[in-house]
Design a protein around this ligand. Sequence first.
Ligand code: GDP
Ligand code: IMO
Ligand code: MG
Length: 468
Amino acid sequence: FRCTSAFIIRELKIWIQFSLVDRFIYYFIICLLKKNKGGYIYMSSQVVVGTQWGDEGKGKIVDVLAEKADLIVRFQGGDNAGHTVVVNGKKHVLHLLPSGVLHEDATCIIGPGVVCNPFVLLEEMDTLKKGGLSTDHILISDRAQMLMPYHKVQDALEESANGNKIGTTKRGIGPCYADKYARTGIRFHEFVNFETFKERLKECVTFKNKLFTAVYGAEPMDYDKMVADFAAIHDRIVPMIKETTHLVNDALDQDKRVLFEGAQAAMLDINYGTYPYVTSSSPTSAGVTVGAGVAPSRIKTVCGVVKAYSTRVGEGPFVTELLDEQGEWIRTHGGEYGATTGRPRRCGWLDLLVVKHANMMSGLTDIVITKIDVLTGLEKIKACVGYEIDGKVYDYIPSDQEDVARAKPVYKEFDGWTEDISQMSKYDQLPENAKAYLRFIEEFTGVRISMVSVGPDRVNNIYIHDID
Ligand code: GDP
Ligand code: IMO
Ligand code: MG
């Protein structure tokens, strides 16, 4: 074992709770089990992922779990994310910064798998500073991709030209990832030396301008203005650029608590989501390994955030969508309007095939249910347990989106409740009908529900099991 101060404090706490004999047996068994696995007995690496189409309340849950974290790492996506965290009634909307940023003792890392627009990042940091919060604990991986002004322009041009519109957030995410995989992207370490950066920028802008003018018939971008804009932020960005992969792995070696924060969600995954109506990254637990630079064996807990109903922003099939007043009711009661674009979110019943799919991709160890308070007052609540396509019932999601678009949901119906649950803090206080709904989600997915969020504020939670 490593004898760090974090290790000693945690041990002391555990020793107080259990008898000496119990602990001895526990050590003996654990040592035997872990003998060949590098001995990371106390390693704490938690992953938080969305299990639907995003906006499940990941930001809130990360903020809650971050209280105990030493490091918080974003591993994919960019400022397409919109994570709302409410503390003492004050709302913070974060796009690029990890949602754990409000905990100033933890280091916040924008990881190698992120596409980071440095201008948006600084704007977000300025907003926090104006609110009296520190931003000294934020680092950017030197391997992260720089999301450039031309990526945003390209995103908008592709959306307006594309017959098969995706309904992107127009933040430049797709074009930036496309350049990354075409190996023409610019990484943050290239920004450190401004003279060589200018040369790289020249190459890229020249190429993009050919594309914009010749293919899209759009205006070329002004290279000199772009250089001036980047020069103005150089001194603020460069001190934040660090080699973060060793930092994260060293922290795990030292038994520190590392929290990996997912943006977007399973159904927006580039490989396993509702392609092509997806984002351009992997928002599953697998994304952590490539996006943060840690081995799969080092992930301990994967916490899937499940909203008690479904929402989706942008185009693409949505089997349980409610296009009637019921959907409008959920939108109004749940405040379902995009944090990034302000678009009304499409609303529908909980789709448990979707959650099951997310579990298969991410290997969830825990589920956190959010926004169940929003369903209070409904006479009946439904959850989808199968898709009927051309007379056949599927218990999984087919890959062909045309099949999914034709699918009719097979529902299980639950009785609702009328009690205000938003101030409840114990599972036993919940109405029986709410408990029945939760129990069914556990049974269907085979994953335990460890926490239930009953309101937007940091404190509105029912804790059931430790997420460790
Ligand atoms: P994220 O993208 O997954 O972080 O989710 P968003 O922040 O985009 O959307 C979730 C919204 O629901 C935010 O406005 C949160 O403040 C709010 N929220 C989170 N959890 C709860 C909850 O349990 N109940 C209610 N009523 N609101 C919640
Ligand atoms: P958070 O982290 C909901 C959706 C967009 C669009 C598709 C592709 O707040 O849950 P992109 O701009 O990524 O190329 O858009 O993905 N989308 C999200 N929907 N929440 C998000 O993030 C999203 N990020 C992207 O609406 O349909
Ligand atoms: Mg969101």
